[in-house]
Write a protein that binds this ligand. Structure first.
Ligand SMILES: Nc1ncnc2c1ncn2[C@@H]1O[C@H](COP(=O)(O)OP(=O)(O)OP(=O)(O)O)[C@@H](O)[C@H]1O
Ligand SMILES: [Mg+2]
Length: 416
């Protein structure tokens, strides 16, 4: 699964990098091509200026063509290559020509391009730039044709194209490597979350199996004695009921956590009267505390309001108080303190219970972690309470911490 995602991601990023480089390369080449020909044409026109001035003054020189023959490749730089000039009348007759310079065949080709402009033609494997300019000499409309060898320019552009293609091919190979590295890095959190999720499902299945097997075993025992009355089998039925309740609670917790993971639960904050929520929640715990012989007290700054999701805040208090009762001893105490802290509040739940070993403290917020497994199982704990508490606190942008001394007690501090 992860390998497939990595392959797809690598492919996607390398194709993306390659396409971007290809587009950039094409833009660069197009720009250079355009600019080089523009400069080349400008240079040709500048080179021909003395001739155009002479023509405008009414003089038609006999020899228009300066430089070497058209078919000779220039060894000079492209911009300084010799310029050839031809003067045509509107009917296509060559008025001034240097016979040595261009063959009759070449002259025919040039003549066929009198109506085009800024074009490239080739003779005998060499390339020439042709510019036609309309001039009026002694009221006659003539065409001055400028021709210049552009082999050097073409070779420079070919070299550039070759370098760009080579660069793109190398970059394509590199992009596969980069794509692979990027995919590997990008997949780290996905892999971690995948592993966590797999572990979560495995732990959840394991936790669900125990009560479900207990229910199954007791139901089978009931089926073996169909003649017995409910009263006679009340112990087994009661135990099925307890286990079913445990499964239901576990499923509720699992749903809360998985919905929290996928952001399916939204925190809805509004102004909450904190002492009111604390009073009600603690009241609900009083009967349980009495039956366990545990004293419970509250010390709260009043009035005290804060921006909270009251439903989740209540759930958080239940989790902390449930632990404070569950991991306490007869005659023990629970003390809840609540004060303002900046714009929010700070709640501490302190108990005089069994405490937690130092080595276990960093793990208690991990899912399914139980420091005292035997006791936790006996009390129906599945190790999800503090994970949910942490999720609630994180969703509020708050902080939760725990300090504990074995045999003395535990204090959980929540800042919201
Ligand atoms: N107040 C406490 N005193 C002593 N140990 C605690 C206290 N609170 C938590 N623990 C330890 O941390 C572990 C994790 O607590 P948590 O609330 O996440 O799970 P649980 O109580 O075992 O099960 P659940 O809350 O899902 O019913 C507990 O198993 C217990 O060992
Ligand atoms: Mg708990």
């Amino acid at each position: 699964m992860i390998a497939r995602i990595r392959f797809k991601f690598t492919l996607l990023t390398s194709v993306l990098i390659f396409v971007v480089l290809l587009i950039l390369g094409s833009i660069l080449y197009g720009f250079m091509l355009n600019k080089s020909y523009k400069d080349f044409d400008k240079n040709m026109t500048a080179q021909a200026r003395p001739m155009t001035r002479a023509l405008e003054a009414g003089r038609i020189p006999k020899k228009l063509i300066r430089g070497d023959t058209l078919s000779t490749q220039t060894s000079q730089g492209a911009m300084r290559a010799p310029l050839a000039m031809f003067l045509w009348n509107k009917k296509g007759h060559l008025i001034s020509k240097q016979p040595l310079f261009a063959s009759s065949n070449q002259v025919e080709v040039l003549k066929s391009h009198l109506n085009d402009n800024h074009l490239t033609i080739s003779f005998d494997g060499h390339y020439y730039r042709v510019i036609n300019a309309a001039v009026i000499v002694n009221k006659r409309h003539l065409i001055l044709q400028l021709v210049r060898n552009e082999d050097q320019l073409r070779s420079t552009l070919h070299n550039l194209l070759f370098l760009l293609i080579l660069g793109t091919v190398i970059a394509a190979a590199l992009s596969v490597f980069i794509g692979f590295m990027l995919a590997d890095r990008a997949l780290i959190p996905i892999r971690k979350s995948w592993d966590r999720q797999t572990q979560f499902v495995a732990d959840a299945s394991h936790e669900l199996r125990t009560p479900l097997m207990a229910i199954q075993a007791r139901a089978e025992m009931l089926l073996h004695n169909p003649d017995k009355t409910i009263d006679e089998e009340s112990e087994k039925i009661g135990s099925i009921y307890q286990e079913a309740k445990r499964v239901s609670r576990l499923v509720d917790n699992l749903l809360t956590l998985s919905r929290g993971d996928s952001n399916a639960i939204q925190i809805e904050k509004h102004q909450v009267s904190v002492p009111e929520v604390l009073d009600k929640t603690i009241d609900n715990f009083v009967p349980l505390c009495k039956s366990e012989d545990i004293g419970i007290s509250l010390e709260c700054h009043r009035p005290l309001t804060a921006e909270l999701d009251d439903e989740r805040f209540r759930q958080l208090l239940y989790i902390l108080l449930d632990n404070a009762v569950k991991y306490n001893r007869p005659g023990g105490k629970i003390h809840v303190v609540c004060n303002r802290r900046g714009k929010g509040i700070e709640v501490t739940v302190e108990d005089t219970g069994i405490g937690i070993d130092e080595a276990d403290i960093p793990n208690v917020f991990h899912r399914f972690y139980r420091a005292d497994k035997a006791r936790s199982r006996k009390t129906g704990g599945s190790g999800l309470g503090l994970s949910i508490a942490k999720w609630i606190v994180d969703a509020h942008g708050g902080d939760i911490s725990l300090t504990s001394t074995p045999d003395k007690g535990t204090t959980v501090t929540v800042v919201l």
